[in-house]
Structures are given as structure tokens and as C-alpha cells.
Design a protein around this ligand. Structure first.
Ligand code: S2G
Ligand code: ZN
Length: 458
């Protein structure tokens, strides 16, 4: 393999910005995981789709692997470059089209920060339906490549449901303009949906046209004390009937204690409780809400609760959920991001609770997530004195047991964070042999030389 230096890039990829300095290699070679030491050989910053195409064709010709890079907020190692790859950062491709009010959509380049897209929608009196804690640093291209979910999937769906059209360059160097933002297009396989969630292994997404929604009506947020995890789903079923939910999140008391300690917040309710449910819903009339609340109390699904009186208070209540990740990051948590059908959540929780008690007697375990989507985040915190590798090895042994329970419920071993490097060894717990063989065949078609994000996902 050729060595790469400024002269090489000047000669073969003139006009493409390249960085070879160690600080850039370190920064752009990692994501939010600490799985591998970053070691790319170069970081390239294309400014348009044709430069992305030139880079792919050159990498094919000279045998270099490529790792697409967005906000690098991923949690499964999908953007890690540890074996001399070229990182292709889309951060310089951040033009934002004007909002199309007739079609309620907007065209953006891949490097646009998610929060910038949300602001552009809001400025036009519309709403971008996907939101999550890392929206301030994640990029739209990466959101599409990992089919990011977040806190309002219940009402707006995942990133997949927002993508009306897409520009992408395959590993063979072909530029694809997919679906052209058509609402109806019955002309064969919808390749857009193959690329959404493909984690940069089939093509590099360079632009997309995204659906925007009407600005949501006034909303309220409720924070409820839930005595045990079995009550949560009964509460969800009842809430779903009584109000127009846009979010139904849950988290344990341990999560609240970490958030309060980390962010200096007061306890959210009078007394601690095993679990909390955070509901966001279209404002209800006072009577309707009081009746529902009393019914939930009488049924024993809740023991206390708070309803937001202002947007500011709603934001404060969301903080107890949204700041969990950051408040435990220093403890290098081992993360499981699993999903089952909503009706299987009570059984999954009961089985995994028991398993976790047995297998992790000495570790602090945190439960939280988008329980309304059937998506649970099980985070095991590394004991301060324990070696990171020993801790990860012990957690990985338990993975087999956790994923066997998920498999029994035909669930997903990665609900929203993607497979990347982290979950790749356990893919077969959620995908059949036939499916994996077909995914490999598709990879062969889209990326014949296997240069796109090798070692990730498959
Ligand atoms: C969440 C964010 C990442 C994590 O909070 O819903 O998806 O820490 C997570 O698991
Ligand atoms: Zn999540």
C-alpha cells in the first residue's frame, strides 16, 4: 500500500482539503466509544459530492479503506478509524436549502448539525421530528447512516421516516440520486431505505431532503413516580389511550441520583422511587388530566407526579432524562441498547432484572430509555478501581445471556445505536443466516472492493 503524504494528495486529489497532523488523526479517528486507539492515515474534508466521488475512486485505485465521519457521536464504534484508513469528514458540507413550505421539506448537506436543521425548521414555523441529547454535535449524514431515533419516535418515527430523498456515493464511486423527494414512487426497490442505517458500509451519504412537520401544539410534560417496572407498561397503555403522546421515557432512581449529582439538580419529586416515567403530550384540559392522574394513582401505577406549568419547567423535567448519558460518561459505562415489541417489554424487564442481579452483583446497573418504542438502555457502570479491559470482558460474557433473552423475544441487540464494531460479534442474535448472507451480497454490489468502513456491522 502506498504511503500517503501531502505530495500524494496534492498530486492525486488536488483541491481536496487534507490533514495529516497527529492531532487531527486522533480527533477524527474516534467516536464516543473507547474501543480502539484512533490511527487513520489521513483526514479528508470534501466540499461537495463530486469530491467525495473522486476520493472513493482514488481510494479504490490505490487500495485505501475509507471511514465516513460526521459528528462522531456514535456509541458503537461505527466511525472509529484504527487501521490506517482515510477518514472522510463531511463537516465542510453543511449547506442548508430553504424550507419548501408547499412540500414541508428542506434539502441539507450531510455535514449540517442536527440542531441547526431543527432551528431552520422552527424559523420557518415547522418542526423537525427527530431529537436526542447529542443533537448539538451530531450531523444529519451520520443520523441517516445510523437511522438515529431519539426521544420522539413514538410520534414522528426514526430518521428513516424523515428522509424523502438522498444523494449518496457508493463504494464503487457511483453517484446515486435516490427518490428525488417524491411522496409516491412505485418503481422498484427503494434503495434509499437500504442506505438508511447502513453505517457508511454501502455508500457515503452527501445530502438529503428531509420531511418537516407542522409545529406541534402546546405540550405538557409529566414526571411520574412508578413503583415497579411492571407498572410502567400498564401506565403506557393507559396514557396512550388518554392523551396524544409524543414521548414516553423511563429511567431508574439510580439514573436520577447520577444526574442530580452531576448537574447539581434537586430531586425531582418528594421521595425516591424505583422508576420514573416522563411523558410529553399535547396539552389536555384540566379535568381530563386530573381524572387520568387519579385513575393511575388508584390503579397503583404511580405514587406521585408532577406536571409542567411552563416551557421552562418542562425543559427542567426533561433534563432528568436527557442528561443521564453525560452524567455517567466518566464511569465508562458498558452500554446495551436493546429493543423488543412493546408488548414484550414487561417480560423482558423481568427476565433481564433477574439476570442482571445474578451476573452483575457488584456492578451498578442503570436502566433508562424510550420504553414507548420498546427500546431499553441497560448501562453497567465500571467500578472505579476495576481495569477497563477486565470490566469490558466481564460485560461481554454477560452479553451472550442478555442477547439470548432478547433473541427469545425476537428483539434487537441494537435498537438505535447501530452495530458498528461493538455489536458486530453478536449480530446473529438478531439477524438470520439468510439475512446476513443477503446483507453481505448487497455489500459486495455497493462496495465491490470492500473499502467502505471495513469491519463495521458485517
Ligand atoms: C439515550 C443516548 C446514548 C446513551 O439517552 O436515549 O440513546 O447513553 C441514549 O445510551
Ligand atoms: Zn436512546
Amino acid at each position: 500500500m502506498q504511503t500517503v503524504d501531502n505530495q500524494y494528495f496534492h498530486q492525486y486529489l488536488p483541491g481536496v482539503e487534507v490533514r495529516l497532523d497527529s492531532a487531527s488523526l486522533e480527533t477524527y479517528g474516534r467516536d464516543w466509544t473507547h474501543l480502539r486507539a484512533p490511527a487513520p492515515s489521513a483526514v479528508l474534508f470534501p466540499r461537495n459530492t463530486s469530491q467525495v466521488q473522486e476520493i472513493i475512486l482514488r481510494a479504490r485505485q490505490d487500495g485505501f479503506a475509507l471511514v465516513p465521519s460526521g459528528g462522531r457521536t456514535g456509541l458503537s464504534g461505527g466511525a472509529v478509524a484504527a487501521d490506517g484508513e482515510w477518514v472522510i469528514s463531511l463537516e465542510k458540507m453543511r449547506s442548508l436549502g430553504t424550507v419548501n413550505p408547499t412540500e414541508a421539506c428542506i434539502q441539507v448537506e450531510a455535514g449540517v448539525i442536527t440542531a441547526t436543521l431543527q432551528q431552520a425548521a422552527s424559523a420557518a414555523g415547522l418542526f423537525y421530528g427527530v431529537d436526542f441529547a447529542s443533537a448539538g454535535s451530531s450531523q444529519v449524514g451520520g443520523n441517516i447512516a445510523t437511522n438515529a431515533g431519539g426521544i420522539r419516535v413514538l410520534r414522528y418515527g426514526l430518521t428513516r421516516e424523515q428522509v424523502l430523498g438522498m444523494t449518496a456515493v457508493t463504494g464503487a464511486g457511483e453517484v446515486l440520486e435516490l427518490n428525488h423527494a417524491l411522496i409516491k414512487n412505485a418503481t422498484g426497490y427503494d434503495l434509499r431505505h437500504l442506505l438508511i442505517g447502513s453505517e457508511g458500509t454501502l455508500a457515503i451519504i452527501t445530502a438529503a431532503t428531509l420531511k418537516l412537520w407542522p409545529r406541534p401544539p402546546l405540550r405538557d410534560v409529566m414526571l411520574l413516580a412508578v413503583p415497579d417496572d411492571q407498572a410502567i407498561m400498564a401506565l403506557f397503555a393507559s396514557a396512550r389511550q388518554a392523551m396524544n403522546l409524543s414521548a414516553f421515557e423511563f429511567f431508574s432512581q439510580a439514573c436520577v441520583e447520577h444526574v442530580c449529582a452531576h448537574a447539581g439538580l434537586p430531586a425531582p419529586l418528594e421521595s425516591p422511587t424505583a422508576f420514573y416515567a416522563l411523558l410529553e403530550f399535547d396539552q389536555l384540559d384540566e379535568t381530563g388530566l386530573t381524572e387520568w392522574f387519579e385513575q393511575a394513582m388508584e390503579a397503583g401505577w404511580i405514587s406521585d407526579g408532577l406536571i409542567s406549568q411552563s416551557d421552562e419547567q418542562a425543559k427542567q423535567m426533561w433534563a432528568y432524562r436527557e442528561r443521564i448519558s453525560e452524567s455517567i460518561a466518566a464511569r465508562k459505562p458498558y452500554k446495551n441498547d436493546i429493543a423488543v415489541r412493546v408488548s414484550a417489554v414487561p417480560a423482558l424487564l423481568a427476565e433481564l432484572d433477574e439476570l442482571v442481579q445474578q451476573q452483575y452483583p457488584d456492578f451498578e446497573v442503570l436502566w433508562y430509555g424510550h420504553i414507548g418504542d420498546g427500546n431499553l438502555h441497560l448501562n453497567v457502570l465500571k467500578p472505579d478501581e476495576m481495569d477497563l479491559n477486565a470490566f469490558k470482558a466481564q460485560c461481554e460474557q454477560v452479553n451472550e445471556l442478555v442477547f439470548a433473552v432478547v433473541q427469545k423475544h425476537s428483539g434487537s441487540i441494537s435498537a438505535e445505536h447501530g452495530v458498528g464494531l461493538l455489536k458486530q460479534p453478536w449480530l446473529a442474535y438478531s439477524r438470520s443466516e439468510a439475512e446476513i448472507a443477503l446483507m453481505r451480497a448487497l455489500k459486495q454490489q455497493f462496495d465491490p472492493d470492500g473499502i467502505l468502513n471495513p469491519g463495521k456491522l458485517l
